[in-house]
Design a protein around this ligand. Structure first.
Ligand code: P53
Length: 483
């Protein structure tokens, strides 16, 4: 029997990288593209939130409008990814290129053609596109006209979009995901999450928690319908859920802390429970009843959920978190992510305060496997850091190599020792792009450096970082050589 040191991942393992349309394409108003929610978010900074403006306002900076101009430069960029040996490339289809407003009857041919060309370019190198349908970039018109996912009407708009792209790319794409990090909005107090996930800006008279559960429900129904439509169009299609996997540990073995951590996990992962199991978890059915949330959930919806279970579980992993019960807390409480987390004194953090926990990835993979028994796909992982472009065009990003190496090491252990069925691994922002959380360019994840900063300097030239050469070796050796 082979031992761990000789072990390598399955031959068809999908090594690659991940991005999202709005964070790299730019060309925000080219080819009949409509305005998306990402187009009305300003540039923030480390610790400074992005503003969400009422439409486009003069004098504001909107970093996604140009991003890294991938829309015009993708042939060169895909060539670089191919040079690293990518087997797959995860991106999203900008909904607003296909349905600029979101509620039209007919799709926009120019947008459809763009993705045909992009996918052909990938396939030319044997790189398979892995596609997210909705990645923080829904049409802004749907926010203005319907209040985003507050409205049941979204289900129809989303499934129409899904059907059009499933049909169009039936021979070009196999792996799909419905909603990116659908569970971010569990942090419903954060304006950012409800807006990016669901296009919802909470009014003063509204309960953000109720809105989150309602939007999450409509999205779960839309996702389940998309799964059914996809399988009718092509039975080979693999449709995944996509969650932000942040395990939340108890601060101490004190039973209150342990119970609180369990509740935090339930609050963050019910979305996947519904998408994977096709039914609501019991705690949530009880919670909705006890809180009198009065949600619009029909019996027909429950049948849809049952009939539209996902095929695999996609997830991002960047960090872990810790929670502690407040003194004398009633643990039947509402979990409030923005108040309930405490620091982990055992871990170092990135410059943006994200705790670095490679073993947490192995823990997460085991937890997800025990809970869902599905193939997994790590569709994001990486370190946001400041990089320095040297005069000779090199970038010495040893910190990023260490981060990725430590996580891949734990990922391999989860496969070899713990029996997790893993489809692939796509580090986030394989080419530098606009940060979702802060709108910065200077928070970089890439293996390819893009010469553009937050002070207005932008040649947009591409350079290979040290991590580029390192990752090429990792792929070449199918994960055996991490040095
Ligand atoms: P940025 C929060 C926590 C974990 C992942 O994030 C998150 C977020 C939202 O910011 O988002 C995912 O760019 C997301 C990507 C995003 C990436 O993580 O804030 O799917 O769109 O860019 C990294 O550093």
């Amino acid at each position: 029997m082979e031992n761990y040191n000789q072990f390598s991942l399955p031959k068809d393992f999908l090594w690659g990288g991940a991005v999202a349309a709005h964070q790299l394409e730019g060309a925000w108003n080219v080819g009949n593209k409509g305005l998306s929610i990402a187009d009305v978010m300003t540039q923030g900074a480390n610790g400074v939130e992005r503003k969400i403006t009422d439409g486009i306002q003069k004098g504001e900076i909107y970093p996604n409008h140009e991003a890294i101009d991938f829309y015009h430069r993708y042939p060169d960029d895909i060539k670089l990814l191919a040079e690293m040996g990518f087997k797959c490339f995860r991106t999203s289809i900008a909904w607003t290129r296909i349905f600029p407003l979101g509620d039209e009857d007919q799709p926009n041919e120019e947008g459809l053609q763009f993705y045909d060309d992009l996918f052909d370019e990938c396939l030319k190198y044997g790189i398979q596109p892995v596609i997210t349908l909705s990645h923080f970039e829904m049409p802004y018109h749907l926010v203005e006209a319907y209040g985003g996912w507050r409205s049941r009407k979204m289900i129809g708009f989303f499934t129409k979009f899904a059907r059009v792209v499933f049909q169009r790319y039936v021979d070009k794409v196999k792996y799909w995901m419905t909603f990116n990090e659908i569970n971010n909005q569990a942090n419903f107090d954060a304006r950012f999450s409800l807006f990016t996930n669901s296009g919802i800006l909470t009014r003063k008279d509204e309960d953000p928690e109720r809105l989150m559960y309602q939007a999450g429900h409509y999205e779960a129904v839309a996702s389940a319908l998309a799964v059914q439509i996809a399988h009718q169009i092509n039975s080979e299609f693999q449709i995944g859920a996509m969650i932000a996997m942040i395990p939340i540990y108890p601060a101490t073995p004190k039973p209150d802390d342990v119970l609180k951590s369990e509740r935090a996990m339930q609050s963050r992962y019910w979305f996947a429970d519904v998408q994977v199991n096709g039914r609501y978890p019991d705690w949530l059915t009880a919670y909705e009843r006890n809180q009198n949330l009065g949600l619009d959930i029909t019996l027909a919806d429950l049948d849809v959920l049952k009939a539209g279970k996902v095929d695999y579980l996609g997830f991002s992993y960047y960090m872990s978190a810790v929670t502690a019960a407040h003194k004398d807390e009633n643990l039947d409480y509402k979990y409030r992510e923005n108040q309930d987390l405490v620091p982990n004194t055992y871990l170092e953090s990135s410059d943006w305060g994200w705790p670095i926990d490679p073993e947490g990835l192995r823990y997460a993979m085991n937890w997800l496997n025990d809970r869902y028994h599905l193939p997994q796909f790590i569709v994001e992982n990486g370190l946001g850091a400041v990089d320095h472009l040297e005069k000779d065009g090199s970038v010495h990003d040893q910190y990023r190599i260490s981060y990725l190496r430590d996580h891949i090491e734990q990922m391999k252990r989860a496969v070899y020792y713990d029996g997790v069925d893993l489809i692939g691994y796509t580090p986030w922002g394989c080419i530098d792009l606009v940060s979702a959380g802060t709108g910065e360019m200077d928070k970089r994840y890439g293996l390819v450096y893009v010469d553009k900063d937050d002070q207005g300097h932008a040649s947009l030239k591409r350079y290979k970082k040290d991590s580029f050469y390192w990752y090429a070796k990792v792929i070449e050796s199918n994960g055996s050589d991490l040095n």
